[in-house]
Design a protein around this ligand. Structure first.
Ligand code: B12
Ligand code: SF4
Length: 462
């Protein structure tokens, strides 16, 4: 069968193209058993024309679309715009997995996949090909003759090594590497052991039974990295796992083999609780150049009570200071505009970042995702206008919430001024670069300056 995947990445801020591991994994699985796959990557402003053209050229039997919450409004438009082709449509991904009720509400959508899709989509495609019943496949919900057939989930895939390497060829992967500062991304694991109240992991861990946090074997990850760096021009590696450092022994053994077999500079995401001086030294020795950690909110009590992030401020400062001590660059992730947050709380986030002085900084505006505890809080407290919610998702650069304690105008002000407040008087070049990046016209400027972005990054961040 011919399967056309759609990666909607419409009106996303930041200017970099990105790879999608989920679609890459589904594609590998299907190709392995003789099916044909193709991709339509939708980037920039909403425009269904490239998808329509691809449908006419590729003539797919099934269209599979991946979903995050703020893309769902575009996905509904796409489904309508391609409905005259009468092709079987299925959505998967974090949004639909946590909001499966969308199947009933969405026109021209035939099915959804709740949770991991490799085996489920494989069974669905085979059943469709043989004209067999498709209403009882685990993880797949089907809408047929106005009736919804919802099926139970299958356990999380226990041994990730049994999956083929993700299909990089589905995308123009070299182009993605170039657009991300010559960096290639990998994932050694699935899942996260924590349950921060704003993060989809808190809901995704409940969609199936079995072990949620799983690591591939080190040999398997190294073999994949080796394969990719020999086929593509790559200068550095990004291990984009939710938290790479959960298991100290894994990190130690990974670093040993990575240093021997790969040796490229690499970056990881981690949590402050996991970091010790010796682990950081091992990472540095293996070629790690930067650790990225979520700070999110600087007020300890707020973090603990509202975000379910119980680490102390002392622990956060200590982790960043240890990273710097061993010569690693650092990056903080931050969010502004949580329910019940005030400007005073936010200024604690600024204060912590001022003290840390990370080499790089990321700030988002809070967006409530269905299936997370903070989404329910927003509903219970009428912070969301339910009927406008979907239209209003804005990729974490604005807010549609009505928070009595933190009006939108103040949130936007805090968001735009954040980097300046953090770096002012400490690092002029970072203060200026990030001020531009987070300004009202930052997105436009970034796109205009994209031919020079590697030079700018070297100048301001390194
Ligand atoms: C890596 C990553 C990225 C990467 C890669 C993009 C991507 N979408 O994968 C980058 C950095 C580019 C990114 C960007 C963004 N991300 Co992100 N990202 C992740 C992260 C950490 C891992 C995703 C991953 O690869 N998992 C492993 C793969 C194998 O799983 P998967 O993608 O879920 O796919 C499986 C199933 O979902 C299913 N499936 C998925 N799609 C489909 C389609 C079909 C047809 C079928 C049948 C099945 C199926 O089968 C797959 C294989 O089992 C997740 C956190 C998480 N725990 O998932 C957040 C996460 C997906 N991101 C999130 C967000 C919000 C974003 C951004 C909107 C951020 C922004 N800029 O504002 C953008 C959106 C980009 C986009 N258009 O998708 C949220 C989404 C929440 C939500 N409900 O919307 C998550 C869940 C984190 C969170 N905060 O809760 N992200
Ligand atoms: S630690 Fe990060 S990935 Fe894990 S639940 Fe919290 S925010 Fe999500």
């Amino acid at each position: 069968m011919k399967i056309l995947f759609v990666y909607p990445d419409i009106n996303v801020r930041g200017g970099a193209l990105s790879y999608h591991y989920g679609l890459g994994s589904l594609s590998s699985m299907l190709k392995k058993s003789g099916h044909q796959t193709a991709l339509q990557y939708l980037y920039g402003n909403y425009d269904p024309k490239p998808l329509i053209q691809k449908i006419e050229e590729f003539k797919p039997d099934l269209i599979g679309i991946t979903t995050v919450s703020f893309q769902y409004k575009y996905i509904k438009r796409l489904l309508k715009d391609i409905s005259n082709y009468g092709i079987f449509t299925i959505c998967g991904g974090p949004h639909i997995s946590l909001a499966p009720y969308e199947l009933e509400k969405t026109d021209h959508l035939n099915a959804i996949c709740v949770g991991e899709g490799e085996y489920a989509l494989f069974e669905l495609v085979n059943a469709l090909e043989k004209n067999e019943d498709i209403t009882n496949i685990k993880n797949i919900w089907v809408k047929k003759d106005g009736k919804i057939y919802s099926n139970p989930g299958r356990p999380f895939i226990e041994n990730l090594d049994e999956l083929p390497f993700v299909d990089r060829e589905l995308f123009d992967f070299q182009e993605i590497i170039y657009s991300d500062y010559d960096r290639a991304e990998f994932m050694a694991s699935r899942g996260c052991p924590y349950s921060c109240t704003y993060c989809s992991n808190s809901g995704l861990r409940k969609v199936a039974d079995g072990k949620y946090v799983r690591f591939r074997s080190i040999e398997n990850v190294i073999a994949e990295i080796k394969d990719v760096v020999t086929r593509y021009k790559v200068k550095s590696i990004y291990l984009n796992d939710d938290v790479f450092t959960i298991n100290k022994e894994y990190v130690e053994n990974f670093c040993k083999l990575y240093k021997k077999e790969i040796g490229y500079p690499f970056e990881i995401n981690t949590r402050v609780e996991n970091l010790t001086l010796d682990m950081l030294e091992i990472l540095k020795d293996a070629g790690c150049y930067r650790v990225a950690m979520g700070l999110e909110q600087g007020d300890e009590k707020f973090r603990r009570e509202v975000l379910n992030r119980p680490m102390s401020n002392k622990k956060i400062l200590e982790a960043f200071s240890l990273a710097k001590q061993v010569g690693l660059k650092t990056k903080t992730f931050n969010i502004v505009g949580f329910p019940f947050e005030t400007v005073e709380n936010h200024m604690e986030t600024v204060r912590m970042n001022r003290e840390i002085q990370p080499s790089s900084i990321v700030i988002y505006i809070f967006e409530p995702y269905p299936g997370t505890p903070l989404y329910d809080v927003c509903i219970e407290n009428n912070f969301i206008e339910k009927e406008r919610e979907e239209e209003e998702f804005v990729s974490r650069t604005d807010t549609f919430l009505k928070l009595p304690m933190f009006p939108r105008k103040e949130i936007l002000k805090c968001y735009r001024r954040f980097p300046w407040r953090v770096y002012r008087g400490k690092s002029l070049k970072r203060a200026l670069l990030f001020k531009i990046y987070y300004s009202k016209y930052g997105e436009l400027l970034i796109r205009l300056m994209s031919p020079f972005k590697k030079k700018i990054q070297r100048f301001a961040i390194n």
